[in-house]
Design a protein around this ligand. Structure first.
Ligand code: SF4
Length: 355
């Protein structure tokens, strides 16, 4: 973005911010983009951006992480997952730390890699630990369909996928909700389109704009949001037209519908949310790691002193956590918000410590 353009958009934000206004950037990639591109310096003082529950690793509950780690310690199990999960602390260590203790835990770049692993290791039980929102769930659905087609019975999925709209519903109606507008997650909207977010302005009267990740797209989305707020006409607009079709990605949604039912899921910091989880349908139960290995998900408290829960619900910023930058850093993370590259604490540590 040129400096002239930045000045223009910054002054538009200033004119439109007529009172203290709080916008939640739902997606962790937005949190990082806003910091990395120095956009905070262009915001008027009365415009406050808070992070939301948009980092998939971060919202995975402590009980789910403990359940996955316990499964990875079982005899004959090879657990495969995305890289960020390796360093997320459970109650007794991380998946990564298990690697030195005889457990077989591997990083994969795509869910489909586990098909080859299952074929190459027929005497092992390959478990894909599936974490993420509607963005990664279609790939897991495709994996389950292919595993069933190939009759690969030594492959299963421990499915911890979550759905974003139900979490936004909870945040929209929370007592003392302090959010005036949502900067909606562009990547999730690519899959879901606009429809699943329309309830936010229509039912809760909160402004919404789907945003891309370039500086220009984020600034224009903020202008859109502030116009809606100023004129008291909450609606759903988009500043990510180049990637998001209003109807979304119909094929990806169809894949998810074929394989997953909705279920209640526990979100770190928010708690159990109806219909926010994706459980594997009965006809794929042979490939459901949770049923196959009877994995228990217990109600486990946050790591001592960690305020990830409050950060994910937008109640505090990382600087308000007493461990931020002292007991908790990217090298010695206490909670998942400091582990993931999309985690709010990690973004604040890398870019926002002086701000
Ligand atoms: Fe948790 Fe660390 Fe963030 Fe504090 S700074 S909330 S301990 S991840």
């Amino acid at each position: 973005m040129s400096s002239n353009r930045a000045k223009l958009l910054s002054s538009a934000l200033k004119k439109l911010t007529k009172r203290p206004t709080t916008i939640m950037e739902v997606c962790g990639t937005h949190t990082v983009s806003i910091f990395r591109q120095g956009l905070r310096s262009l915001f008027p003082e009365d415009l406050k951006l808070i992070s939301g529950p948009g980092c998939p690793v971060c919202v995975t509950s402590q009980g789910e992480i403990d359940g996955a780690i316990e499964l990875a310690t079982r005899k004959n199990v090879v657990m495969a997952t995305y890289g960020d999960m390796m360093r997320v602390p459970g109650s007794n260590g991380t998946l990564g730390e298990l690697r030195g203790t005889g457990s077989d835990v591997r990083v994969v770049l795509s869910a489909m890699e586990t098909l080859r692993m299952a074929e190459e290791m027929p005497h092992k039980e390959i478990v894909f630990l599936a974490v993420g929102f509607e963005t990664t769930a279609p790939a897991t659905a495709a994996l389950l369909i292919e595993a069933r087609k190939r009759k690969l019975e030594n492959l299963s999925v421990l499915c911890l996928h979550k759905r974003v709209p139900p979490a936004l519903e909870v945040l929209s109606k929370a007592d003392g909700n302090r959010v005036d507008g949502f900067l909606l997650p562009g990547h999730v909207a690519v899959i879901l389109g606009h429809e699943p977010f329309k309830f936010i302005p229509e039912k809760h009267g909160i402004a919404c704009t789907v945003a891309g990740f370039e500086a220009d797209e984020i600034m224009l989305a903020l202008v859109d949001l502030l116009e809606q707020i100023c004129e008291n006409r909450p609606s759903l607009t988009s500043r990510y037209e180049k990637a998001v079709r209003p109807e979304g990605n119909v094929k990806a949604v169809d894949l998810m519908d074929r394989v997953f039912d909705t279920s209640t899921s526990a979100w770190r910091g928010i708690g159990p949310i109806d219909e926010s989880g994706m459980s594997i349908k009965e006809e794929y139960s042979l490939w459901d790691g949770s049923r196959k290995f009877d994995v228990a998900v217990r109600n486990v408290p946050e790591p001592n002193g960690c305020r990830c829960g409050d950060i994910l619900s937008g109640t505090i910023t990382p600087k308000e956590c007493p461990l931020f930058g002292t007991g908790c850093t990217p090298v010695t993370p206490v909670g998942p918000c400091m582990v993931s590259s999309e985690g709010t604490c990690s973004a604040w540590y890398r870019y926002g410590r002086k701000g």
